[in-house]
Design a protein around this ligand. Structure first.
Ligand code: UDP
Length: 249
């Protein structure tokens, strides 16, 4: 356990989106259990604030439907997307064991029924688990092809009445330009939905973004690889980029 004290949560219930890239080492694919364990330990520390936490896992470290169907003339697009959803279940199971090993009570709920490994996603049951202090890992996205887990995160957040979508990535936030191409690019600390649209900035997939904007659901994009950042994001500290209706930067 880290020595760092975790501040009180800024939000009662949080939806944390963990992209597939967080499950593997930089530039690699598949699952690195040391990466998953580091993430689980951060989540355990953040949980000690008493926040209710639901997690949507991505699957891009294993397979993304669009890329896979484009690279194969045999696989039809819908099948490729279902394969992508199954990839998120693999990640969910890895995260579940890492969290349980770290002493965190969890449940996996899947949008595609698979009784042998996960409960089905049932909104009321999900909320009950959260109220009991369990971390609920939401797998298989929305259960429907042609969308991404960003969309699943935005929809589920609303469905379970979460106050914010925290998007854990390997970048420090939203920048005015690609910071790898322009070292002088500015990181926005707070920005409005409208500014994101007018500047064509990349925050989440468009469908997910519009859903958050329509329902004024704040989004925080942050780098989970900086130790303690999941806890900081949950505590509402100013890390990464916060996207809200008002924005200030
Ligand atoms: N996917 C889907 N429906 C959903 C969520 C995901 O079809 O509701 C598929 C889609 O093909 C996607 C893949 O699952 O590319 C993996 O999810 P995603 O690309 O969002 O993972 P991430 O980029 O977060 O790692």
């Amino acid at each position: 356990m880290s020595d760092e004290k975790t501040a009180a949560p800024a939000w009662k219930r949080v939806l944390l989106k963990i992209s597939g890239e967080c499950f593997c080492r930089e530039g690699e694919s598949g699952i690195s259990m040391s990466e998953v364990t580091d993430m689980a330990e951060q989540i355990r520390d953040a949980r000690q604030t008493g926040v209710e936490l639901a997690i949507v896992c991505g699957g891009g470290n294993i397979l993304r439907g669009r890329d896979f169907s484009e690279s194969s003339s045999t696989i039809v697009p819908a099948t490729a997307h279902y394969m992508g959803m199954l990839a998120t279940v693999i990640n969910a199971l890895a995260l579940q064991d890492a969290l349980e090993k770290a002493g965190v009570a969890t449940r996996v709920q899947s949008a595609i029924r698979m009784e042998g490994v996960a409960e089905p996603f049932i909104r009321r049951r999900c909320i009950r688990h959260l109220e009991k202090g369990r971390v609920v890992i939401l797998a298989a996205g929305t259960g429907s092809p042609f969308v991404t887990t960003d969309t699943a995160a935005a929809l589920r957040a609303r469905e379970i009445d979460a106050s914010v979508v925290l998007k854990a990535t390997k970048v420090d936030g939203v920048f005015s330009e690609d910071p790898l191409k322009n070292p002088h690019a500015i990181r926005y600390t707070e920005i409005s939905y409208r500014e994101v649209l007018s500047q064509n900035l990349q925050v989440m997939d468009a469908q997910a973004f519009h859903h958050c904007m329509e329902h004024r659901l704040p989004i925080v994009i942050f780098n989970y690889r900086r130790p303690g950042n999941i806890g900081r994001a949950i505590a509402g500290e100013s890390i990464g980029t916060r996207v809200t209706a008002n924005g200030t930067s």
